[in-house]
Design a protein around this ligand. Structure first.
Ligand code: ADP
Ligand code: ASP
Ligand code: MG
Length: 407
């Protein structure tokens, strides 16, 4: 007997029929004699609809009310799945975050889970009752509902698996595993049988939304065994594992992209100590994350240009904050550009192989794609390119690193 957490995403619970299908998958696990807790997302499109309602009501809204509203999608899907299970003769009940409780911090809209009380759930699982738990939500110390950021049900599932000391956390979605690139963009993408926690973490944080970044962080820290698989087919999925479980490691295991990027160039900032702190300090104070940064040395030691990226949603605010400080900072002008995307190649094999960057730059240049900004870490290289090149760049890199199926 095993204790299993299953998570079903929005598409998987997108209709009454699909929820019935999911109930069948849950029942199959129960019939194998396992204890099962299920985490579900809102029905497909529902969270977007709720976000839209909030934006129409008030563009600058109270983040606590926003969370109270956008978390309701999961209340519906958990209830429906519990009903479907009961209909099949499987004892089940729904659980909202506050009922367990799933305790979070107070960062509304992207809260972190702090603790999950496991005792009552464990007792009921042992009695054969399936727990159908609402993903994406929890309760703050002030007794308010908080949400975990888009895609947060993955994190709910991994956190629940850790709290219940589950043997496995199966993430069911609309693709049958983690691929070498988003299969919706690269038709030749290959399914990975295994991927390391580290690579999955980079892929997720660089834009592959198949798992929320925090869910991978948490799985890595708590040693949760995560599998990504399809809720529609019976195909084996992808296991997220430790590096030593992978026998033959490719140099590059995946390509990721993110459209949520915007670039700001600060022209002619004085080249003196403290200028970077003066530019980036106010952004950090306003919770604006800066990602890629390039700055050149000035020839005459006086002024230089500085380019950096933020998320698209933060672009206007970042520009406003810097414009307000233009005379103190002493720059000539700001050039914002939201027409950019980030494309990254990821692989733990990069640590021990030279020439990975060269291959990336050659492949992009052969396709006439100009690189605007470059950043690297031990196991990834990212470039910023014009948005119109996104698909071309991802496909060209996929081919260049020999990742294409039948290639
Ligand atoms: P869910 O609603 O089940 O949480 P998501 O839409 O959040 O599903 O995540 C699944 C999607 O992630 C897929 O439909 C796919 O387009 C996208 N995706 C991006 N990169 C990858 C990748 N490398 N492997 C698999 N899927 C990916
Ligand atoms: N329903 C939430 C969202 O759409 C959480 C999730 O699907 O993981 O972001
Ligand atoms: Mg998701």
């Amino acid at each position: 007997m095993a204790r299993i957490v299953q998570k079903f995403g929005g598409t998987s619970v997108g209709s009454i029929e699909r929820i019935r299908h999911v109930a069948g998958r849950v029942k199959a696990e129960v019939d194998r004699g396992n204890e099962v807790a299920v985490v579900v997302s809102a029905m497909a499109g529902e969270t977007d609809r709720l976000v839209g309602l909030c934006q129409s009501m008030a563009p600058f809204h109270d983040a606590r009310e926003f969370d109270s509203i956008v978390s309701t999608g999961e209340q519906v899907s958990t209830g429906l799945l519990a009903m479907a299970l009961q209909d099949m003769g499987v004892p089940a009940r729904s659980w909202l975050g506050w009922q367990i409780p799933v305790e979070t911090d107070e960062v509304h809209g992207r809260a972190r889970i702090v603790a999950i009380a496991p005792d009552e759930l464990r007792r009921r699982l042992a009695d054969g009752e399936v727990a159908v738990v609402a993903g994406f939500q929890g309760l703050t110390p002030r007794n308010r509902i908080a949400t975990l950021g888009r895609g947060g049900s993955d994190t709910s599932a991994v956190a629940l698996a850790a709290a219940l000391a589950a043997d496995r956390c199966d993430i069911y979605t609309d693709v049958d595993g983690v691929y070498t690139a988003d299969p919706r963009i690269v038709r030749a993408a290959r399914k990975l049988a295994k991927v390391t926690y580290e690579e999955m973490l980079e892929m997720a944080s660089l834009g592959a939304k198949v798992l929320q970044t925090r869910s991978v962080e948490l799985a890595m820290k708590q040693r949760v065994r995560v599998q990504v698989l399809s809720s529609f087919s019976g195909a084996p999925g992808t296991y997220v594992v430790d590096e030593d479980e992978i026998v033959e490691q490719e140099i590059v295991s995946g390509i990721a992209y993110s459209r949520d990027e915007a670039k700001i160039t600060v022209l002619e900032v004085p080249d003196r100590p403290g200028i970077a702190a003066a530019v980036f300090g106010p952004l950090a104070d306003h919770e604006i994350n800066v990602d890629m940064i390039v700055q050149n040395v000035s020839e005459d030691g006086r002024a230089t240009d500085m380019t950096f990226t933020v998320t698209r949603g933060d672009l206007d605010r970042a520009v406003g904050l810097l414009e307000d400080r233009r005379s103190a900072l002493g720059f000539r002008a700001l050039v914002p550009d939201a027409d950019v995307v980030k494309v990254s190649v990821i692989g733990v094999g990069m640590r021990s192989h030279a020439g990975v960057a060269k291959r990336m730059f050659s492949a992009l240049s052969e396709n006439g794609i100009n690189i605007q900004v470059i950043s690297t870490s031990e196991i990834k290289i990212s470039v910023l390119v014009a948005e119109k090149y996104l698909e071309l760049a991802v496909r060209a890199l996929h081919t260049a690193y020999g990742l294409d199926a039948d290639g």
